[in-house]
Design a protein around this ligand. Structure first.
Ligand code: 13P
Length: 258
């Protein structure tokens, strides 16, 4: 691949953590800690995915800190009798510019499939939301030597039929399930191998130039003390961080990875 001009992305996935008040306090504390990043427009993009309830309330405070707001999920229909669900247009109205799609917790606990990931991608893109599409293998799959087959299947199904212009706003997150919330992070070399493989798949599935420009984030026990080694890898363009994104100081330390 050619020399990367990909702008790094440091994204926090808050999962089911933080009330509105806690989310507001986070951004108030974060803003002064990332002022230099805001001034240096090239360093990285910052994204936080709070729970649905806090989205619209934190958008303004987040904007002051130059942090984009992401949803954690969406439904693919525009509206309808889908109790408990939220549409892309509702997320845009709340101030979101990104949405996570296909997080392993959704796959594991809420029946997310390649087909629903694909429908959600299309709905998000149509509404102007940038999908952060999560892929990754379980421990059993890795130990069975199936990592590449799983990634191939998730990318082929989740991104099926997307043209190059449709694909271009998409960010991919590689999150090995065995590394999420376990403190057991992939080594930079393991993560790099998976990222390079994902980039190859995007080249085969979409185009070489799409593969060259897509940002691929690593997620799974990323912490301030291990992010530097991960970010030094040529195909790792950022992090999708759970636990270590919940404290403003820790998120700011992740953002200052170099
Ligand atoms: P942890 O950083 O807590 O392992 O979570 C990773 C994750 O699932 C981000 O989406």
């Amino acid at each position: 691949m050619t020399v990367s001009t990909r702008k790094p992305v440091i994204a926090g996935n808050w999962k089911m953590y933080k009330t509105i008040a806690e989310a507001e306090a986070f951004f108030a504390e974060l803003a002064p800690l990332v002022r230099d990043v805001v001034r240096d427009g090239e360093h990285c993009e910052m994204v936080i995915a709070p729970p649905f309830t806090a989205l619209s309330r934190v958008v303004q405070a987040a904007r002051a800190a130059n942090v984009a707001i992401s949803a954690q999920d969406l439904h693919w229909e525009a509206q309808g009798a889908f109790t408990g669900e939220v549409s892309a247009a509702m997320l845009v109205e709340a101030g979101c510019t990104f949405t996570l799609i296909g997080h392993s917790e959704r796959r594991q606990f809420f029946g997310e499939t390649e087909e629903t990931v694909n429908k959600k991608c299309r709905a998000a893109l149509a509404a102007g939301l940038r999908p952060i599409v999560c892929v990754g293998e379980t421990l059993a799959e890795r130990e069975a030597g199936e990592t590449e087959a799983v990634l191939t299947k998730q990318l082929a199904g989740g991104l099926a039929g997307l043209t190059e212009p449709q694909f271009s706003p998409i960010i991919v997150a590689y999150e090995p399930v065995w590394a999420i919330g376990t403190g057991r992070t992939a080594t930079p070399e393991m993560a790099q191998a998976a990222h390079a493989f994902i980039r190859q798949r995007v080249a085969a599935q979409v185009s070489v130039s799409a593969a060259d420009s897509v940002r691929i984030l690593y997620g799974g026990s990323v912490k301030p003390d291990n992010i530097r080694g991960l970010m030094a890898q040529p195909d790792i363009d950022g992090g999708l961080v759970g636990g270590a994104s919940l404290e403003a100081k820790s998120f700011a330390a992740l953002v200052h990875y170099k």
